[in-house]
Ligand binder design. Structure first.
Ligand SMILES: Nc1ncnc2c1ncn2[C@@H]1O[C@H](COP(=O)(O)OP(=O)(O)OP(=O)(O)O)[C@@H](O)[C@H]1O
Ligand SMILES: [Mg+2]
Length: 261
């Protein structure tokens, strides 16, 4: 086992659901402190990539590494240990509706550690403070706005002091101002706590605000990968169409959504 420079690496990953090839040879490298953005159309397999990194889905072929650990080869006990170092912010926040904000945030600590109640309370309070939600401790998720739920979900992802955080559409469904606030929060937390992150999004403004490196997923493959300025300059017609949001170009060709030129 060698010491790895990357935090996450996917090598030639293939993933099928029934007959459908969702990932068809995906390779990418996330380096330490990267805020690595994965862009792509709805249904292109972005959430699938995050689930594969977490080791909660099997794959057909290829390899996935978290640091020096090959996720796809770990036994369940080891995988469970590794997962403690990875925080996840789900696409729809995924807070438990019957638990208060504080109970939701405390959950990973209660399930995965033997910390005392006093220690847990202290950690929960400090993480809620980081995301500006310390006044909401006793509220239920249903009493919060979408942006507030995202913050709580972010606090929950931070309680185990992860080395890597996976964000699935962190700003989906939020208004533009709150989206910017969440983006800034992601950036400042990542910088302050020296965590690496993978952010899945199809919102271009967010992608370019947050990303230090980015990749574009299309038809099961990464068709462009690099720094934001490199992606912006890409001559690939699919990348260009995605960035501009144009209805003209290869993305809709041959689909029922295509608009005649
Ligand atoms: N558990 C599953 N069983 C069967 N098919 C699945 C499963 N999970 C995902 N898929 C299919 O795989 C494809 C990719 O799904 P995925 O959720 O990764 O897309 P996405 O890029 O995250 O989309 P969105 O932007 O809408 O969230 C879709 O066609 C989806 O229907
Ligand atoms: Mg998704």
């Amino acid at each position: 086992m060698t010491t790895a420079a990357h935090v996450v690496e996917l090598r030639d990953v293939h993933k099928q659901f029934e007959e459908k090839n969702v990932l068809n040879g995906v390779s990418l490298v996330v380096n330490p402190l990267d805020r690595f953005v994965i862009m792509g159309q709805s249904g292109s397999g972005k959430s699938t990539i995050l689930r594969l990194i977490l080791g909660i889905l099997p794959l057909e072929a290829g390899q996935i590494f978290f640091k020096q650990f090959e996720i796809t080869r770990l036994n369940p006990r080891k995988l469970q240990q590794i997962r403690r170092h990875i925080g996840m912010v789900h696409q729809y926040s995924a807070l438990l509706s019957s638990l208060t904000v504080c109970e939701n945030v405390a959950l990973p600590l209660e399930e995965l550690t033997d910390k005392s109640n006093a220690e847990i309370k202290e950690i929960v309070e400090s993480k809620l403070e980081l995301v500006g939600m310390n006044d909401a401790c006793n509220q239920l998720p249903s009493e919060l706005s979408g942006g507030m739920r995202k913050r709580v979900s972010l606090a929950r992802a931070l309680v185990m002091d992860p080395e890597l955080i996976l964000f699935d559409e962190p700003t989906a469904g939020l208004d533009p101002v709150i989206s910017s606030v969440i983006d800034e929060l992601i950036i400042s937390l990542a910088e302050k706590h020296k965590v690496s992150s993978v952010i899945v999004t199809h919102e271009m403004e967010s992608a370019f605000r947050i990303g230090t490196r980015m990749a574009m997923l299309y038809q099961g493959k990464i068709i462009a990968q690099g720094k934001p300025e490199e992606i912006k300059k890409s001559r690939d017609p699919v990348v260009a169409q995605f960035l501009s949001g144009s209805t003209q170009g290869p993305i809709l060709e041959g689909t029922p959504d295509a608009i005649p030129a």
